[in-house]
Design a protein around this ligand. Structure first.
Ligand code: SF4
Length: 680
């Protein structure tokens, strides 16, 4: 065992059972749960993670009764339900030597159906349906239902349950005065407000018996007005412990909080300070979650005494073998989660199947498998961006010979631009991962090498994969060649200086990235040295936890030394509409707080020494700016294609070279992996 991961790799003895290491795979609702063959697919998904040696797996959330289910078609755990399918999950995990707990999640006012209930009928901005207040009798029945569901979970083979009491779901709605306005024994005093979760745990322990893992997921920090104080959080944790919990997991922030908690701009380990305050008050294992994505960081958190275990969810989507590679001392081969949310949460929150940008096989374990290669080919891949690297590494891993051409001096393509955007520094991890894989599988990498048709033809290769990416589109505006006009590539790759007064043309993902790049006073930082104090200061978080829910009375404070206007041809209300569903809002809030002005319905007239002339709402205006940055789309770069086809080469286009409308690394990497599978 490498001594550097001594804490992370040490077993956790729970008395009646032992977990093989200190990593818990956090619950994720992947969408597999609702698929017709969902149990088979979940079994394959979880078995792969068990094989990858994670200590304990938590399933996606299942309601403990009908009212608590998340969506109209969601299954729930009750005696009237056929639960046989769960056996496929538990058997598959156990066959791989793993352990798995079922998450019992009552959605309360966050569920998406018409029968939703809560502590009180308090609307939330994230659900158009207002929940009905539960009667006192329904509260007692819900406690019984949690207990019955735990007993059923044990009968169908689970090693335990996790009772979900964080992120703003039902149990949190009871504990916090924000939603709990009740006057019966479930409302009013802190003791009454915690009655529901504490009795749910007690009932689960009574009904499931003693040799069964019961995890309570505690909201360590609510980050919403009307949330719980630190004293209340500690008192709840202690009461849950006394009621029979085996482990306390933690969660940060309600879903309706205005502070990002897992998005890319959240520094690694951003909330360890909150969990560390709870630890001394407990005698059972405590788990830290949120923005832990590599074993060295996880080890450091454990060594620092923040918690006894680490929960990781997305990092185990990105790499099922995270813990196995850690144990084998191959951390550099871990495909690191970069916090983009694009393949996982964005899909989950728009009703699509979860997957992962950097691992397209995630949640597709039964369909996206690459058969052993019978007749190896020699591929030339042109372009070492995410798609090109993914194809080269995957093809070489499965037995093909690959030569990778890259005109630049480094691997990474567009990810080299992403990694310098403040908050997106982790994109460098994907480049480092593919660098390690290209070496491991002996890809012939030729940097500083701009491939020509003659390099790729003449029987040297069996096929060519063009992953040549895109070139920025230049808008047709009189004066577009004025020296004050820069393309986004000039700014991000060329690092050309930008003035104090700036107009950004275009409000797609790249426009927002450029705004973050030029408006952020500190620029990109080293993710291994997270500046949590600055994050707290900017987002209005009270790092001393002296205020209720950890909210600072000072509010947000995001300075900027530039004056920036962002313009788009689309109407004003459509600003940010193409951004990520689950992290775009935080980017939007951030640049608004830094003072960007947004102008929609803009018709660009001309650019001259005065600045940008444009028309909006029928009125001509001039923005007297120093710099105008064009972020107005891109064109595919595929100039080699015609010559290669003429020479009779087999040519495959992937990524931006195939489709440039929106830069989309999820599609590029998936195309690459699917192409390898199709060619096998
Ligand atoms: Fe992580 Fe992005 Fe993959 Fe989600 S899609 S697991 S955030 S790398």
């Amino acid at each position: 065992m490498p001594s550097s991961y001594a804490n992370l790799l040490s077993p956790l003895d729970l008395g009646f059972t032992t977990l093989k290491n200190r990593v818990l795979m956090g619950s994720m609702h992947t969408g597999l749960e609702e698929m017709p063959d969902g149990y088979d697919r979940q079994a394959a998904f979880f078995a792969e993670r068990a094989r990858g040696e994670v200590g304990l797996i938590i399933t996606g959330g299942y309601g403990p009764n009908r009212a608590g289910r998340l969506a109209p078609n969601s299954d729930y755990i009750a005696p009237d339900q056929n639960l046989d399918g769960h056996r496929k999950i538990t058997d598959a995990v156990h066959r791989e030597g793993g352990k798995v707990a079922l998450q019992l999640l009552h959605g309360g006012r966050y569920a998406h159906h018409k029968e939703i209930v809560s502590a009180s009928a308090v609307p939330t901005r994230i659900n158009p349906v207002v929940a009905r207040e539960m009667t006192t009798q329904e509260c007692y029945q819900t406690i019984e239902d949690f207990g019955t569901a735990a007993k059923l979970a044990k009968q169908i083979g689970y090693d335990g349950v996790e009772i979900m009491g964080s992120e703003g779901y039902l149990l949190t709605q009871f504990t916090a005065p924000r939603v709990n306005h009740r006057t019966d024994e479930f409302g009013g005093t802190p003791e009454n407000r915690r009655r529901m979760p504490v009795e749910a745990v007690r009932n689960a322990r009574q009904k499931a018996g003693k040799d069964f893992i019961i995890i309570y997921r505690l909201s360590a920090l609510d980050l919403v007005e009307g949330g719980s104080s630190l004293d209340e959080v500690i008192a709840l944790a202690q009461a849950v412990q006394a009621a029979g919990a085996s482990i306390i997991n933690t969660g940060i922030g309600w879903h309706e909080a205005r502070i990002p908690t897992i998005a890319h701009m959240v520094p690694r380990g951003a909330f360890t300070w909150a969990v560390k305050r709870i630890k001394p008050h407990l005698g059972i294992p405590l788990v830290y979650s949120n923005r832990v994505n590599n074993p060295a960081q996880a080890e450091a958190i454990l060594a620092d005494g923040v918690s006894d275990m680490i929960s990781m969810a997305r990092p185990l989507l990105a790499d099922a073998d995270f813990m196995k590679k850690t144990r084998l001392g191959k951390a550099e081969e871990i495909n690191i989660c970069i916090g983009c949310n694009q393949g996982c949460l964005d899909n989950a929150f728009t009703g699509k199947l979860t997957t992962c940008m950097v691992n397209p096989r995630a949640c597709r374990e039964v369909e996206l498998n690459i058969a052993p290669v019978k007749a190896p080919k020699h591929y030339a891949v042109v372009g070492a961006g995410p798609g090109g690297m993914a194809f080269a590494a995957t093809a070489a891993e499965h037995g093909h010979k690959v030569t990778l051409y890259e005109a630049a001096s480094e691997l990474g393509g567009q990810f080299n631009l992403a990694k310098i955007i403040p908050g997106k520094e982790d994109y460098a991890e994907t480049i480092a991962y593919y660098d390690a894989m290209l070496r491991k599988f002996q890809v012939d990498v030729r940097l500083n090498c701009r491939a020509a048709v003659e390099d790729l033809t003449g029987n040297k290769y069996d096929a060519v994969v063009l992953a040549t990416g895109i070139t920025p589109r230049t808008p047709e505006i009189p004066g577009i060649n004025h020296p004050k006009v820069l393309s986004y590539l000039d700014v991000l790759a060329g690092r050309k200086p930008v003035g104090k007064r700036v107009a950004i043309l275009g409000a797609g993902g790249i426009g927002f990235d450029v705004a973050e790049f030029i408006m952020h006073p500190h620029g990109a930082s080293d993710p291994a040295k997270p500046d949590i104090a600055r994050f707290n200061e900017e987002w209005g978080i009270d790092g001393d936890y002296a205020n209720v829910a950890g909210l600072s009375p000072r509010g947000m404070n995001m300075p900027c030394d530039k004056q920036v206007w962002m313009l788009q041809r689309k109407p004003q209300g459509k600003f940010g509409s193409t951004l990520s569903k689950t992290r775009g809002w935080a980017t939007f809030v951030e640049i608004m707080m830094r003072g960007v002005a947004m102008i929609g319905d803009a018709e660009y007239i001309k650019i001259d020494d005065r600045g940008l002339h444009f028309r909006t709402g029928g009125k001509d205006q001039v923005l007297e700016v120093d710099t105008i940055i064009t972020c107005t789309g891109q064109e595919p770069l595929r100039e080699l294609e015609a010559g290669l086809r003429k020479a009779g080469m087999a040519v495959h286009l992937i990524g931006g070279a195939d489709e440039a409308s929106e830069l989309d690394a999820v599609r590029a990497i998936e195309q690459a992996v699917r192409l390898v599978a199709a060619e096998a």
